[in-house]
Every structure is written in structure tokens, then in C-alpha cells.
Design a binder for this molecule. Sequence first.
Ligand code: IPM
Ligand code: MG
Length: 368
Amino acid sequence: MANPSLLILPGDGIGPEVMAEVRRVIDWFGANRGLVIDVTEDLVGGAAYDAHGTPLHDDTMAKAQEVDAVLLGAVGGPKYDQLDFSVKPERGLLRLRKEMDLYSNLRPAQCFDALADFSSLKRDVVAGLDIVIVRELTSGIYFGEPRGIITEGNERVGINTQRYTESEIARVAKSAFELARRRGNKVCSMEKANVMESGILWRDVVTEVHAAEYSDVELSHMYADAGAMQLCRWPKQFDVIVTDNLFGDMLSDAAAMLTGSLGMLPSASLGAPMENGRPKAMYEPVHGSAPDIAGQGKANPIACILSFAMALRYSYDAGDEADRLESAVNDVLGDGVRTADLLGEDGVEPVSTTQMADAILAKLDATS
Ligand code: IPM
Ligand code: MG
């Protein structure tokens, strides 16, 4: 049988430097665990714009459709701020999500015990936290029409449209219920049914899907603003949160910070099953391109490494290997190894991006 395939898109800012470390981790699994993955690499975002004048070349899009999984670093940076909207680095990422139809975006927020003191919230609020935000990723206000900036009378008007079909809501709701069954069996759905028709429909459809197929899962509903408040007040009340594209964007950043650092959080964007039975998938760290620290070897590679762990679990049918990698990360943090984003304790010298990966690889070596 052919090796499983992976398309790596390092992108911009700290993307390339964290991805270089992930490649060492991927190689480790090939050399030590017989899990050889055929890796190809290509450009996305500003890097693709610099080379081709577009943030995602059609050839790259076509490759992404063929592989078993895509692993993306980060896109964007101040250099591209003035570009026309249609060729901004972010458009490359959004095109991948849309054309691969990656409607279910899993954003776990897990608080590693060794890092509970890094959160801006009190230790007992976040220690042991393990929740997942399931964000709808291919519709809603990110893609709704009409959109644009028009002129009305003597002023400009900015327009975006929140639009959801029943089937779009139902499929992401299903993926949240399925996920909950494998975890704490609880789903909280968040919208603004008090002010938005799309929110009323969202609540109705989630309720219907639940009654039809998932009544064994505990379901609750919350307005998204109250949800944001509850996430900060007592996040451990949640297991799986399902929400739309824009609320999910915001709530997942808030949830990320509960864990102490954005530099720690992976994500998986999943679509419909492919011929191999696995979902179409793209994995990416939740953090952005962090232009302020790019190229300095300071970035934390853990979010991207944990994104590869999610690929092991969801795309390569290697849950045991994902566990192995996640434990290695946990152990390294337990040893007090810290990149600069995780400082706070007295007298701890930060390690570089490469040294963090060295430490994780050493833990992996000790396991096999
Ligand atoms: C994210 C990011 C993206 C988004 C940007 C880079 C387009 O913030 O993945 O959360 O808004 O979806
Ligand atoms: Mg975001």
C-alpha cells in the first residue's frame, strides 16, 4: 500500500520555523514507528503571493484536494496589510477551508497541568481544563452574500451577511455530538437567537438533530455573549461547544488564553469522508504568524506539533502514536522546559524553537 500523504504549507511569519521542527517530529515517526508519510511542501499566504501574485496557487489547491491531510503553519503579516482584499494572505487559508469543504473546526483548549499558573485566570479555574470548541468553518458571515463596501448617497456602507442553511447547521451539529460521545458526552450550542434569525434557526436545527439521533448526549444552549462570560467564569462546566464561524473565531481565542498560551493550541478542520474513509482534513495551530517574533527562533513549536498529533489521530488512524506525542509534550512541560511565550517563573531561561523540539524528540526517543 502507498504511504499516507501530507501537504505541508508553512506560510508566513513563524510558520516556516515551527514547521521545520514539526518535520523532524514527522521524520521521527517514520524512522522509529514505521509510520512513513510522504510529505510535500508548498506555499500559502504572503509567501505564495510573493512567488505567484496569489495567496494560493491553483496547483497548490489541487494538491490539497488529493492528499490525505494538509498541515498549515500560519498566514499574514504587516508586509501584506496594504494588499487588495482579494489577494490578502488570509484569502489563501479561507479558500482552502471553503474548497475542501472543511466545515467542522475542532479547537481543543486543554490546560497542561504544568502551565496552569500561566493562565490569566486562577489556577483552580483552569487546572485540568479539557474542552473542545467545534466551530463551523465554511459558511456564516465569513462567506455570506451580499458582501462588500458600497456607496449610498454620500457615504460608504460596509456589508456582510450571516447566512446558514439547515444542512450546514445539521452537519456541524452532528460532528459535535459525535465528538461529545467520545468525550464527556455534553454539548453546549452557542448563538444569538435573541437577536438573529440565523441564531433561531441554529438553535432549532441543533435541537432537531439532537432529538433525532443524539438524545443520549446532554445538550444545552447559551447565547454566545453569555457563553463568553461563562468561559471566563467557570470553563470546566463545558465539554464540547458548537458554534458558528464568527462566534467560534472569537470564543476559541478566548478559550485559548485560558490555557496560558496561544502557542500551545492545535486545531483540526474536518470535512466529509474521502475514499479512504478518513475525513478530508487540514490541521493548523490556532496561533497566527506572530510577525513580531518571526525569524528569531523564539516561537513555540508545540501548537504545530500538537496539530500533527491531531493528524495522527484523525487522518492516519494512529491514535496510539498521537497519545505518545501528546505525552512527550506533557512531559517536557512537566520538566519545566519553556519557550519565551511561557515564561513567568523566576530564573527559568527560555529555550529556542529548535531546543523545544529537541526536548520533545528526546522524550519520544525514551519511549521506543
Ligand atoms: C483563525 C484566524 C482566521 C479566521 C484568519 C487568519 C482568517 O483568526 O483561524 O481563527 O478568522 O478564521
Ligand atoms: Mg481567529
